[in-house]
Design a protein around this ligand. Structure first.
Ligand code: HEC
Ligand code: HEC
Ligand code: HEC
Ligand code: HEC
Ligand code: HEC
Ligand code: HEC
Length: 461
């Protein structure tokens, strides 16, 4: 009888081994090839290449395998392009010249990894870096591909779980009948009470008895979970649709759309400096000495400006020595002022004697240089191209992705505004000399790229 038991175990083991083999191959297949290539590509190549045939800093990589007669050379190029140029390969040297001798950095990648990248390129995808207007307000980046392969993993896992449960079930039945047989021999109760958790208790016991297998399962499960978590996190950094709450419910709809106030009234340095600037509370007071109620928020939000700057809305004058006043005296004034709006005082109390601290919506990394003057005044670009329809936003949110690809895309296709542009009166002649009337007359677009808008040092310190 004990030989019967061990043979059942034998079968089960064989089944489990086969099943885990299938599962692990499914995993290594999913982690390799295009999906792995995509990860490597995004980390190393995406800032200069699209996988379509569109140019960025480097050529669009669609169909690149066909352009290289020898795949081994392609691998060598990707590992170290400068080294490969020394072989005198004509195609590579022509390409290098065509891209104004821009150096493609070398990469410490294994051949398998390069094969993965090439597989990803071959598979193709919509541009990796989304253009500004594509990601609208509140718009999600649509990750159309990539989820399919993950779905396959999920399906495999679900099937795996079912198989495991069935196996555990079978095992528990077998072990129970063994028990019964042995109990029959010893004259014990044939039908011990079955708890509803019988099945899971058995599974737990079984896992306990097969610690190595359990460990293996655990590792697979947790690595899959951390992979998912990592992917979810890595998306966060790139496509933030930043929409922070603000200390005062300032509405661009009320001010711009309904009251027709010009952007530059408040963002007055947009044409003169790097920053467009956020208006100080003094600027608000130009109007809000008179306007002390809003259509939506009544007195509650506007009083926060008063509390910050020290305006007494009852006496219609500034408090004397506001910053050193006894806060209780100030509170008394505002409590009375807001008496007819329950809850309003509690909402604005924190703003008393404190400057308004607006939360930044658009944030570029420190190593990037961006100037509003260059774009608004010289480039004559409308605010909406980069910020969307601010006049429709009750709360401002980030519109464009602010990635390097976004900046570069626009520099590639936007023409420099020479006409009636004071800034260019002198430069115009220089460019004409430099590039010749010929090219200009030919009607070729004279894009920002041509004045050096793709040079690393223009945007990076
Ligand atoms: C800093 C920008 C930059 C990065 C990053 C970069 N490349 Fe390039 N790549 C270029 C440029 C520029 C060229 C054109 C040739 C030249 O000027 O060196 C090029 C050319 C190529 C070519 C030849 C294209 C053709 O049409 O034949 C391939 C293939 C290529 N790169 C692959 C990659 C891969 C794969 C990565 C990531 C592992 C990568 N590149 C990262 C800038 C870059
Ligand atoms: C009455 C003054 C006023 C006017 C007019 C105004 N803004 Fe603003 N704007 C503000 C204030 C105050 C903030 C900061 C609070 C916020 O983000 O809502 C702001 C924030 C912004 C931000 C986000 C800043 C950040 O932190 O990144 C942008 C972009 C912006 N405004 C663009 C515009 C544009 C474009 C217009 C014209 C269509 C405009 N604004 C008109 C006062 C104004
Ligand atoms: C070419 C794209 C572009 C245009 C056009 C543009 N902005 Fe911006 N704006 C940006 C970027 C990028 C940032 C983030 C800057 C940073 O973090 O240094 C920004 C930031 C801001 C901010 C936050 C404060 C600051 O100055 O950093 C305000 C306010 C703002 N823009 C208002 C405007 C207004 C008003 C206009 C039109 C007169 C305008 N912008 C036109 C790209 C643009
Ligand atoms: C050029 C004039 C002007 C400036 C400058 C101005 N506002 Fe206003 N504000 C208005 C007008 C007009 C209203 C609407 C009054 C109405 O419709 O009854 C308003 C309404 C408001 C409201 C109430 C909104 C609602 O819908 O209830 C708040 C809050 C507000 N402003 C905050 C600010 C802040 C903060 C600043 C400074 C950053 C500012 N305003 C600058 C003219 C201005
Ligand atoms: C909507 C199109 C657009 C976007 C988006 C854009 N730019 Fe520009 N940029 C221009 C134009 C047009 C000019 C040319 C202005 C001129 O005539 O000098 C320019 C010029 C520049 C220059 C000066 C280039 C030179 O050779 O003098 C810098 C630096 C620059 N942009 C940085 C950036 C950065 C950084 C970003 C992204 C955060 C960005 N730009 C996004 C259109 C854009
Ligand atoms: C038109 C402006 C512009 C030009 C030209 C430009 N960059 Fe960038 N770059 C950016 C912006 C904006 C960011 C930050 C946003 C991001 O990370 O995508 C950035 C980020 C980067 C980063 C950091 C990437 C990361 O993941 O944090 C590197 C590295 C970089 N650039 C290298 C280069 C090199 C090399 C060149 C020249 C071939 C170059 N850049 C040309 C605008 C530019």
């Amino acid at each position: 009888m004990s030989s019967e038991k061990s043979s059942t175990n034998h079968h089960l083991k064989a089944l489990l081994v086969a099943f885990f083999l299938v599962m692990t191959t499914a995993f290594s297949w999913a982690a390799g090839n295009p999906d792995n290539g995509k990860t490597i590509f995004k980390a190393n190549c995406a800032r200069c290449h699209y996988v379509t045939d569109q140019k960025m800093i480097g050529p669009g990589l669609a169909g690149v395998k066909d352009r290289w007669s020898d795949e081994a050379n392609l691998h060598k190029w990707i590992k170290n392009s400068q080294e490969f140029l020394k072989t005198g390969d004509k195609y590579a040297n022509d390409l290098f010249a065509q891209f104004n001798s821009s150096v493609m950095p070398s990469f410490n990648l294994k051949d398998e990894e390069i094969a993965d990248v090439l597989a990803y390129i071959e598979k193709g995808e919509a541009p990796v870096v989304t253009e500004g207007p594509v990601v609208g307000p509140g718009g999600e980046k649509t990750d159309s591909k990539g989820s399919t392969s993950r779905n396959i993993i999920i399906i495999v896992l679900v099937i795996a779980a079912i198989v495991l449960l069935v196996l555990a079930r079978a095992l528990s039945t077998v072990s129970r009948s063994m028990d019964n047989i042995s109990r029959k021999e010893t004259g014990e109760d044939l039908h011990p009470e079955r708890t509803p958790f019988d099945f899971f208790t058995n599974l737990w016991k079984w896992l306990g008895a097969h610690k190595k297998l359990a460990l293996f399962l655990g590792i697979i499960l947790s690595s899959w979970l951390s992979y998912e978590a990592f992917m979810a996190l890595s998306k966060l950094g790139v496509y933030t649709n930043n929409k922070p709450e603000q200390p005062i419910k300032f509405s661009h709809v009320t001010h711009v759309k309904q009251n027709g106030i010009d952007c530059k009234y408040c963002h007055s340095t947009a044409e003169k400096s790097r920053h467009a600037g956020i208006p100080s509370s003094n600027v608000c007071m130009n109007c809000h000495k008179a306007v002390n109620e809003g259509p939506k928020t009544k007195r509650s939000e506007i009083s926060k400006i008063y509390a910050a700057i020290g305006w007494n809305p009852v006496d219609l004058k500034y408090f004397d020595n506001y910053q050193s006043m006894d806060p209780e005296k100030i509170k008394k004034v505002f409590k009375e002022w807001l008496a007819e709006e329950p809850g309003s005082f509690e909402g604005m109390e924190a703003q008393i004697q404190k400057p308004v601290k607006w939360n930044q919506v658009h944030v570029l990394p420190d190593h990037v240089f961006f100037s509003h003057q260059q774009h608004v005044k010289v480039g004559k670009i409308d605010c909406a191209e980069c910020h969307g329809k601010i006049e429709e936003m009750e709360t401002v949110e980030q519109f464009a992705p602010l990635t390097m690809g976004w900046c570069i895309n626009c520099h590639r296709k936007t023409e420099v505004q020479f006409a009636s542009n004071g800034y260019y009166e002198r430069l115009h002649n220089y460019y004409k000399e430099h590039y010749g009337e010929y090219e200009m007359r030919k009607g070729q677009a004279f894009t920002v790229e041509k004045i050096g808008g793709l040079e690393c040092s223009k945007c990076h310190y």
